[in-house]
Design a protein around this ligand. Sequence first.
Ligand SMILES: CC(C)(COP(=O)(O)OP(=O)(O)OC[C@H]1O[C@@H](n2cnc3c(N)ncnc32)[C@H](O)[C@@H]1OP(=O)(O)O)[C@@H](O)C(=O)NCCC(=O)NCCS
Length: 158
Amino acid sequence: MSAPAVVLCRGGAGAVWPVEALAALERRSFSDPWSPLSFEQLSRMPQARLFTLTEEATDATPALVGFALLLSLPPEGELLNLAVAPEKRRQGKGKALMAALLAACREEKIADLYLEVRASNNAARALYGKWGFAEVGRRCGYYANPREDALVMRLDLI
Ligand SMILES: CC(C)(COP(=O)(O)OP(=O)(O)OC[C@H]1O[C@@H](n2cnc3c(N)ncnc32)[C@H](O)[C@@H]1OP(=O)(O)O)[C@@H](O)C(=O)NCCC(=O)NCCS
């Protein structure tokens, strides 16, 4: 099966992101989700990159099934967010989003890519480990609902 097609949208003045769909998928994926306003504000930043995966829904309108967000600050970058719809997981969509995001990082000369992940998030930690991310720090009590540490991970892209 061919890899699903990931679409890249850059942030900045005039960028139009599917903010409501992003926030809806976010709510289904996280216990402390970002608000639509958070996505809206990020969409205004020229350093922001949104990667989306959509599928045709039953009424033939495309439905958002996954997204990833990158903050591009060469030579550093931060993977801000990544989510796949619960019923679409374990089908390679997270992998496809990561592949597109890392290709964009290389194009933008990002040498070090950072991210934070809940210590208990075994699925995401397994995914990031497969791509070569290494744990470089821990932020105590970083997350709310429930309160939990964040692991800071880094991928060396050079
Ligand atoms: C993390 C997440 C994006 C993975 O998406 P996905 O589409 O299921 O991932 P893929 O199918 O591409 O899986 C790629 C690899 O990740 C790992 N992985 C994914 N889900 C896993 C799970 N539940 N348990 C263990 N490993 C898992 C596996 O190594 C997998 O490779 P494999 O299927 O060949 O074993 C998805 O689980 C999700 O949206 N979770 C909720 C939001 C979240 O936690 N985001 C990360 C924030 S830091």
